[in-house]
Design a protein around this ligand. Structure first.
Ligand SMILES: Nc1nc2c(c(=O)[nH]1)N[C@H]1C(S)=C(S)[C@@H](COP(=O)(O)O)O[C@H]1N2
Ligand SMILES: [Mo]
Length: 198
């Protein structure tokens, strides 16, 4: 398995790999708004819809059979810890968007998750190969508390932009705010600008 190192992504945003005000941790803390939801491998589906040419629906086996990549990337939590060199395996956002055919009037994205969590980003912030729908961390199936079966990772943004337990992506023609974005966390969430709160 080849691993692509994308930990130099910070060069686009700041001088230091560790964003301002962050501390490195070797642990992987768990942060969720509630309990870890349960899921059933036979019933779980992932959907892509909204402003797309083709609505998509995948079972777990179908999704994990799509073309995938493994990347080494960093993870920055808005509460101040960063975990460097995480290896995530999954489907890139641009690949998924390509399969659905994103319409020209799509400007924004809402991610939906099994626990009712939502988070939003402009389409252009999602259209980078480092935004992954991932099912494996360090070559092991993603642990339930970290978002298994499937989560999003957004190494260019604070980690609340990455929905754990993601089961849907919706393309929108107008911006909307997700769970934390409605409750005071920054809508833009740039770690190098310390965009923590709005
Ligand atoms: N579905 C869902 N995704 C979520 C959350 C959540 O509560 N529910 N919390 C977010 C927050 S605030 C953070 S910091 C990261 C934490 O990921 P971790 O628990 O794997 O460290 O997940 C994000 N994604
Ligand atoms: Mo968070």
């Amino acid at each position: 398995m080849s691993v692509e190192d994308v930990t130099d992504l910070y060069e686009e945003f700041g001088d230091d790999r560790l964003p301002p005000g962050q501390r490195k941790t070797s642990k992987f803390p768990v942060l969720s708004k509630g309990d870890t939801p349960t899921w059933d491998r036979d019933d779980w589906t992932f959907t892509a819809g909204g402003a797309v040419e083709t609505d998509l629906e995948f079972s777990y086996d179908e999704f994990t059979s799509l073309d995938s990549v493994t990347q080494r990337q960093d993870f920055h939590c808005v509460t101040g810890w960063s975990k460097l060199d995480c290896e995530f395996t999954g489907v890139t956002f641009p690949h998924l968007a390509d399969l659905a055919g994103v319409r020209d009037d799509a400007v924004h994205v809402m991610f939906h998750a099994l626990d009712g969590y939502t988070t939003n980003l402009p389409v252009e912030d999602c259209m980078r190969d480092e935004v992954l729908f991932t099912w494996a961390f360090d070559d092991e199936p993603l642990a339930p508390e970290h978002g298994g079966p499937l989560r999003v990772v957004t190494p260019h943004k604070y980690a609340y932009k990455g929905a754990k337990w993601v089961d849907g992506v919706e393309f929108l023609t107008e911006p909307e705010r997700g769970y934390w974005e409605k409750r005071g966390y920054s809508n833009t969430a740039d770690p190098w600008a310390e965009d923590r709160y709005s």
